[in-house]
Design a protein around this ligand. Structure first.
Ligand SMILES: *Cc1c(COP(=O)(O)O)cnc(C)c1O
Length: 405
């Protein structure tokens, strides 16, 4: 049996090279055609941005979709357009990309961290109410890795306390919860089209909503404060230019054609990989969530227990696994509130109240996920074959054999 670790000069367990992004001549021709047309910007008469927005809104089952520069801007515009005031509080999970929390600061509001569930790594509805104060205005649940949050629980709390819900669906294009597309359940849902995401055009973002007033306000913020029917040099709100180009829109339309087939492939592989990993001592996949969900597997996450791997740290384990050819990563090294920007309140010009202090925030589950448990396999690897999944499992078993021998 192949027992020398690739990290120590042995042969790699996984030989497949996983590609991302995936495109063909059709994508290249579509972009070339826009380039040749000379109509690159938005607004422009070719209407490709509007076409993608209409198609994506229909895809999500939402009334409106608005593209913007990136997923971070999408979150911030949604929050600002909801009418938050300086010092208002917004509930966010600590185990997510920093933008989920940093955009709250950029709206002059205060992110309040609520811990995640141990079996989904999503915002824990049972812990939300204890964090609500008279200043709380919104909740930003993140469908982490593409696994749906407990949206029934979150929406019930929001309704009871009169809070707005912005779904961070940056990992969740095409995911679903109880038959509804992720992003379409809260008051607004935000997507990212950054290179690593399941639907991508290099950069880009989008917000879906059913709320016409919110949509109009966001549109104005994206478009330098202009309003419907107004003059070009007439500015009503403090917005900026956050538009995308026709080149991005045409690429997104092409990529959207592939999304469902890719999601199905990742999901089938995710389920199969969980079956393969479940019997391995010290490895436990996350659950597939609450209710019937479509998991997009932007990340495949499993929990690692070093006591079953002779004390090998999570970081070393993830590096050893990556050396075996599995596109694996240890993920976030610390919860967001432990990042220097929050610990030192390096908030630049943003006006955050003096008494806000992140040095005494502790979210036990998120800390355990970062320091000890969570190992990620990246989404493009989940587009592999059954045999690839078998090799991922074999790579983990090989490491276990090698370190416990
Ligand atoms: C990528 C990401 C964002 C931000 O999207 P950008 O397009 O990179 O600005 C926000 N939230 C989560 C969870 C993300 O993964």
């Amino acid at each position: 049996m192949n027992n020398t670790l690739a990290l120590h000069g042995g042969t790699k367990t996984v030989t497949t090279k996983f590609q991302w992004p995936i495109f063909d001549e059709g994508d290249v021709e579509a972009v070339t055609e826009v380039a040749r047309s000379g109509q690159w910007g938005n607004p422009d008469c070719s209407g490709l941005v509007e076409k993608f927005e209409k198609d994506f809104a229909a895809y999500c089952g939402s009334k409106y979709a608005m593209t913007c520069a990136n997923g971070s801007v999408a979150l911030r515009l949604a929050l600002m357009a909801m009418g938050v005031r300086p010092g208002d509080e917004v509930i966010v999970p600590p185990y997510t990309f920093i933008a989920t929390a940093s955009i709250v600061i950029e709206a002059n509001c205060v992110p309040v961290f609520v811990d995640i569930e141990p079996d989904t790594y999503n915002l824990d509805p049972e812990k939300i109410e204890a964090a609500i104060t008279a200043r709380t205005k919104a909740i930003i649940p993140v469908h982490f890795a593409g696994l749906a949050c407990n949206m029934d629980g979150i929406m019930a709390i929001a309704e009871k306390h009169g809070l707005r819900v912005i779904e961070d669906a940056a990992h969740a294009h095409g995911g679903a919860y109880k038959g509804k597309k992720l992003g379409s359940i809260g008051h607004a849902g935000c997507f990212s089209f950054q290179s690593s995401k399941n639907l991508n055009a290099g950069e880009g973002g989008l917000i879906v909503t059913d709320d016409e007033q919110l949509y109009d306000r966001m549109n104005s913020l994206r478009n330098v404060g202009r309003v419907k029917g107004g003059q070009w040099y007439e500015h009503h709100y403090l917005g900026c230019n956050y538009r995308i180009t026709q080149l991005q829109a045409t690429l997104l339309s092409k990529q959207l054609e592939r999304l469902d087939a890719q999601t199905q492939q990742r999901e089938a592989n995710g389920k199969y990989l969980s079956e393969l990993l479940a019997p391995i001592e010290g490895i436990s996949p996350l659950t597939t969530g609450h209710g019937e969900t479509t998991h997009t597997y932007h990340l495949y996450i499993f929990r690692y227990d070093k006591t079953k791997f002779n004390g090998l740290s999570k970081k070393e384990f993830a590096e050893t696994l990556a050396a075996e050819g599995v596109p694996a990563f240890m993920g976030y090294p610390k919860p967001i509130y432990e990042q220097p920007v929050f610990q030192k309140k390096n908030f630049m010009c943003y006006a955050i109240p003096e008494e806000v202090d992140y040095t005494n925030v502790h979210c036990e589950v998120a800390e355990r996920a970062c320091y000890e448990e969570a190992v990620w396999i990246l989404q493009h690897a989940m587009l592999g074959t059954h045999q690839d999944m078998e090799q991922f499992a074999e790579a983990i078993k090989k490491i276990q054999r090698a370190v416990t021998a």
